[in-house]
Write a protein that binds this ligand. Structure first.
Ligand SMILES: *Cc1c(COP(=O)(O)O)cnc(C)c1O
Length: 365
């Protein structure tokens, strides 16, 4: 069985987690929480990083920190995991869906401006499957209309846009460390920002807005949230982060091998890397075009019969029952690629032989 994307645990994870257990520092305080935040901020190139219990919590926190709520609109991808869209609703705002690019699968920055209204407060680019969104264009629109930018950089961890790590370009960046992401803590997330005040506000809101008075009493000036990550998981995060460069290199090497072996297969479109960016290829993603002898789903079943796990692209969120009726632009590309796209096995532990096995099945048809 070749899985789609499983964790790689081969560094100091055992050692650091054992240290937490041995010293009793298992909960929300402890040195690994601070270390993970500091190391991550340094890696991303942000002034501040704040741990959260998962990526969804980081996204919700980002919206709350920026004061986005009732009556506001946020422009977001439809070809995405649903999490960022749901968080827009959590805070009482409305998602407005923008189409995707056919070659990179991400938000089409050229189609954002036409969706802006006086109610628009933020743009939420999601760096789907690893390729960076055109952030220059997004930041230019944001500054023209005075909008916030929240990057969902989960799938773009390790990708670079014009020399800058994803998650360090917008007002706030958000990450998930779920088991299938580039680095994992089992469950966990992170919020990054270059604005110290926003970072402090995020920490404050995520820790029940707790202020400790001189006599030790807890005082809460506003409604807070418990979105903390325990030391036990932050310890694992520190160990994972130590190996991130190696993971990125492997992902890129594997994508390169897939690209080489698939480049001459009729009816298969391979992923691209635009100029001035580095694509981490978090999930290696192809399109099954009409010229290919099997339909997209038939190819998925064929791979499954041979013990290979693959996955369809995300279904468009604007077609999910809670979001039918939400405002959106023209969705031609989103609808098309979500029906043609497949993610192929992309674990860090994938071998060349695994890749050759996958390719041989795709080519045998
Ligand atoms: C995984 C993922 C999330 C959600 O992260 P959780 O930690 O599962 O809450 C959000 N956005 C994107 C793009 C993701 O891939």
């Amino acid at each position: 069985m070749i899985p789609l994307c499983i964790p790689e645990i081969s560094g100091n994870e055992w050692k650091y987690v054992k240290e937490c257990l041995d010293t009793n520092w298992v909960s929300s305080a402890g040195s690994y929480v601070n270390k993970f935040e500091e190391d991550f901020a340094k890696y991303i190139g942000s002034k501040k990083a704040v741990v959260t219990m998962n990526g969804t919590a980081a996204l919700e926190l980002a919206l709350r920190v920026l004061g986005i709520g009732n009556g506001d609109e946020v422009i977001v991808s439809s070809m995405t995991f649903i999490s960022p869209v749901n968080t827009i609703r959590y805070v009482g705002a409305e998602p407005v869906f923008v189409d995707a690019c056919r070659d990179t699968y991400i938000m089409d920055a050229e189609k954002v401006e036409e969706l802006i209204t006086p109610r628009t407060k933020a743009i939420m680019p999601v760096h789907i499957y690893g390729h960076p969104v055109d952030m220059d264009k997004i930041m230019e629109i944001a500054s023209k209309y005075n909008l916030y930018v929240i990057e969902d950089a989960t799938e773009g961890l390790g990708s670079v846009y014009k020399g800058r790590e994803l998650g360090s370009i917008g007002d706030i960046g958000c990450f998930s460390f779920n088991g299938n992401k580039l680095i994992t803590t089992g469950a966990g997330g992170m919020l990054t920002t270059n604005n110290e005040m926003l970072g402090e506000k995020a920490k404050y809101l995520s820790t029940q807005t707790k202020k400790v008075l001189e006599n030790g009493a807890f005082y809460h000036e506003e409604i807070g949230y418990n979105y903390r990550m325990p030391n036990l998981l932050a310890a694992m995060g520190c160990a994972q982060l130590e190996n991130i460069e190696r993971y990125i290199e492997i992902k890129r090497k594997n994508a390169n091998l897939y690209n080489t072996l698939l480049s001459d297969v009729k009816g298969i479109t391979i992923p691209v890397e635009k100029d001035n960016v580095k694509n981490v290829y978090w999930l290696y993603s192809i399109l099954v075009e009409d010229e290919y002898p099997l339909s997209r789903d038939e190819l998925i079943y064929k791979l499954r019969e041979n013990g290979i796990e693959s996955r369809t692209f995300f279904m468009p969120v604007h077609k999910m029952p809670p979001y039918v009726g939400s405002r959106h632009g023209d969705m031609l590309i989103t609808n098309e690629i979500s029906e043609k796209g497949i993610n192929l096995p992309s674990s860090v532990g994938l071998t060349d032989n695994d890749i050759i096995k996958v390719i041989n099945i795709i080519k045998s048809i």
